[in-house]
Design a protein around this ligand. Structure first.
Ligand code: ADP
Ligand code: MG
Length: 271
């Protein structure tokens, strides 16, 4: 992806298997959000392509959503003056047979569709833990809940793939833990997830596979164990002395159940 003379992404490739959680980490300005923008049709990559189950994705955000790729944004983008429930219903409109224009004629089939949409939206709200606040105005929600709401709205489009851009930014440790649990639950429903985060502890305890971007290039990729032990990652990104990281890795390796991180039950507490 080039912007004028600036190469924001160069030869970056990422493969997401069904049912996987993949992490994308890297310093500020590495190109992570730009990568999501290329996947979702917000940007048209200068070269390269995006395939979903072997089919090339259209370069148009609405069509990409319809094809089954949903996302959240680094800077929350809710409809601030709409209620929590209404925000989710917006996501749902992608899947209802009747487009938004159908509301011009409020026939019985329209009403049935709306009831079904509401039922589904409420289900999603309770899934993300916002069941009790459906009538709140979105902008009055605490920050962490706004991030959850954005996830619920993305899920309302019934995606196969969910892209989360810094889902725990600004969250406290408890909210971050809750978000990790939520992402595991989302994966368990059969949705594949790509997560951008700065919090490496979060990423390493969540993901099956991690890719590290630095200055628009893929530096390292692999399992969390491989990535966190790579001297280039330690130097370029983690910024910790290698001995400290080595000690952490040793600790991880000696945990009796330390190998469950790639499994379905990797949601153990961080020690
Ligand atoms: N629309 C754009 N026009 C020009 N430059 C852009 C645009 N979008 C992103 N960039 C540049 O691409 C680089 C990567 O940015 P970004 O993807 O936001 O990084 P990250 O999300 O990893 O922090 C930055 O240098 C940024 O300024
Ligand atoms: Mg970003």
């Amino acid at each position: 992806m080039m912007f004028g003379g600036l190469t924001a992404l160069s030869d970056v490739s990422l493969r997401l298997e069904e049912g996987q959680i993949v992490g994308l980490i890297g310093p500020n300005g590495a190109g992570k959000t730009t990568f999501f923008n290329c996947l979702t049709g917000l940007y048209t990559p200068t070269r390269g392509q995006v395939l979903l189950s072997g089919n090339r994705l259209p370069g148009d955000p609405a069509q990409v959503t319809a094809a089954g790729v949903a996302r959240t944004f680094q800077n929350i983008r809710l409809f601030p003056n709409m209620t929590v429930l209404e925000n989710v219903l917006v996501g749902r409109h992608v899947r209802t047979k009747q487009g938004p224009l159908a509301s011009l004629g409020h026939g019985p089939s329209f009403r049935r569709g709306e009831e079904e949409a509401r039922r589904h939206a409420r289900e999603l709200l309770s899934f993300v833990g916002l069941g009790k606040v459906e009538d709140e105005t979105a902008r009055f929600l605490p920050y962490g809940d706004q991030r959850r709401l954005e996830i619920a709205r993305a899920l309302a489009t019934e995606p196969k793939v969910l892209l989360l851009d810094e889902p725990t930014a600004g969250m406290n440790p408890q909210e971050t833990d809750d978000t990790r649990q939520l992402i595991f639950q989302i994966r368990d429903t059969g949705i594949s997830v790509v997560v951008i985060e700065h919090d490496t502890k979060f990423i390493f305890s969540l993901c099956d596979h991690v890719s590290v971007l630095v200055q628009g290039m893929l530096l390292v990729e692999g399992t969390p164990e491989v990535v966190r032990a790579d001297p280039r990652v330690i130097e370029a990104y983690l910024g910790k002395p290698p001995e400290e990281v080595e000690a952490e890795v040793r600790e991880l390796a000696s945990e009796p159940d330390g190998n469950q991180r790639t499994g379905r039950h990797a949601a153990q507490e961080d020690s």
